[in-house]
Design a protein around this ligand. Structure first.
Ligand code: SF4
Length: 466
């Protein structure tokens, strides 16, 4: 029998999970890993969710005498903690089947010949990871119904059911806030189709603030905020550090309403923005523009209007979602080269960090500007995750860029593209850059990135065996 040694970390445990339970690789509605983190040298937490608000946390421990468990493999104890209902997992339920499947996979990965290497605790790293948890916003999904029909929305179930105001729903949402606070979270992204449609949102935000949540980003289609009776209780409940992310998909009603599919939605969002200005909340507004075929020509105008209103503007590319309606994406996605050509002719040019260096730098007007790029594979907008957590169920599959091995800009580039994008437009745009193709600003950014990486890798942890 050959002994196998592996470090006991989230990567090893995620790799041991069944392929269709790994982040991004599962069918819509099925339980899969949505988050994973190392809770200590001998404990890893996997959070399984099915995208409809049901969660079960699975704790995988290296053997601990006396621990309660639902499964025991050669060296691991596996426990679970359902987040909803009475804390039990019903025999034969989807959760029970997912747990069984996960247990089988871990049992196969953890044979008697397995030897786990335990990372030596690094006090500095531990402090950093705690700090990261506190400061990286985590998602609180309040999935109430949206009344827009955006042309780019790839959600398999657009619209969605109304989230009821009953006590059981409210208690479950409060419990989710408490769970996040228990993990040290202080900053929330409140998302869902339209969380503002949830009748008890203000009370839930009150609860979050009382529990110590210091920052809230509220992501909403915004039309309901045109009613002061909806807006004002929410503004009162938010902590002082808050941001309201509202869509502005066109500078004109014709374009905005064509993107949302709802006549009057532009007027409604403008009314909401006017109310926010009257309440001196403009600095708390982030205007979000998803770039589609329909609105590409109005992006510069939207940018200028946001600047005049004193509001932050965040354009981003349309994105596919795992298990979503792929045709929607195919109908509205724009070739990156065409996006870049339009952005580069704006005055001043618009820099969209999702356009990779090889495409952005092909435009002579922007080649010498200081730019940064997202290190994440093409951001899925409202549900983007930071690099420390696995991709969420919302993330569609990405393909690695075939030129990344020889490209001088690969270090500051996601070097990965949505598979659906490549289906549509192919790889022709993604040509490896030479150092001489890069402007001074980009070379400085790459040098800084390399130095930061070198510092991060010094003092890497020893391992010992268990
Ligand atoms: S790594 Fe690939 S996607 Fe990134 S800049 Fe280079 S060629 Fe473009």
């Amino acid at each position: 029998m050959t002994e196998q040694a592996r470090v006991f970390d989230t990567t090893a445990i995620l790799n041991a999970c069944p392929a269709d339970m790994r982040p991004g690789g599962h069918a819509a509605g099925a339980f899969a890993v949505q988050d994973a983190w190392q809770r200590g040298p001998t404990e890893i937490v996997l959070e399984l969710g099915n995208g409809t608000g049901d969660y079960v946390s699975v704790h995988v421990h290296l053997r601990e005498a006396g621990a309660q468990r639902f499964r025991r493999t050669a060296h691991l104890d596996i426990c679970h903690h359902p987040r909803r209902g009475d804390g039990r997992v019903d025999r034969g339920s989807a959760e029970a089947r997912a747990l069984e499947q996960l247990g089988d996979a871990l049992e196969r990965a953890d044979g008697p010949e397995q030897r786990w290497l335990v990372p030596e605790p690094q006090p500095q790293q531990a402090r950093k990871s705690r700090k990261q948890t506190q400061h990286a916003p985590q998602y609180l999904t309040v999935d109430a119904a949206c009344r827009l029909h955006c042309v780019f929305c790839t959600l398999a179930t657009a619209g969605g059911p109304d989230l009821r105001a009953d006590d059981a729903t409210f208690t479950a949402l409060q419990a989710e806030v408490d769970r996040l606070v228990g993990r040290g979270v202080q900053s929330l992204y409140v998302d869902g189709r339209d969380p503002v449609a949830y009748p008890r949102l203000a009370a839930l935000l009150d609860h979050a603030r009382a529990r110590g949540i210091a920052d809230v980003h509220l992501l909403t289609p915004g039309t309901r905020l045109a009613d002061p009776e909806v807006l004002d209780p929410i503004l009162r409940a938010l902590p002082p550090r808050h941001w309201l992310h509202l869509p502005l998909y066109g500078a004109t009603a014709a374009v905005h309403d064509a993107v949302t599919g709802v006549p009057g939605s532009h007027a409604a969002v403008l009314r909401a923005l006017e109310l926010l200005r009257e309440r001196r909340a403009a600095a708390h507004v982030v205007l979000v523009s998803v770039v589609t075929r329909q609105n590409l020509h109005e992006l510069a105008q939207i940018r200028d209007e946001a600047a005049r209103a004193g509001m932050t503007w965040r354009p981003h590319l349309v994105y596919p979602m795992a298990g979503g309606r792929r045709q929607q994406y195919r109908d509205v996605a724009v070739r990156l080269t065409d996006v870049q050509a339009t952005l580069a002719t704006a005055s001043p040019p618009i820099h969209l960090p999702e356009v990779p260096p090889c495409v952005a730098l092909s435009s002579p007007r922007v080649a010498r500007r200081a730019m940064t790029w997202n290190k994440l594979p093409t951001l899925p907008g409202a549900t983007a995750r930071d690099g420390a957590t696995p991709a969420s169920s919302a993330n569609a599959a990405v393909l690695p860029c075939p030129a990344r091995g020889t490209c001088a800009a690969a270090v500051v580039c996601p070097a990965a593209v949505y598979a659906d994008y490549i289906d549509l437009f192919g790889w022709a745009e993604f040509q490896a850059l030479r150092p001489s193709d890069l402007g001074v600003a980009t070379r400085v950014a790459i040098a800084a990135h390399r130095i930061a990486q070198a510092f991060a890798s010094t003092g890497a942890g020893e391992t010992h065996t268990r």
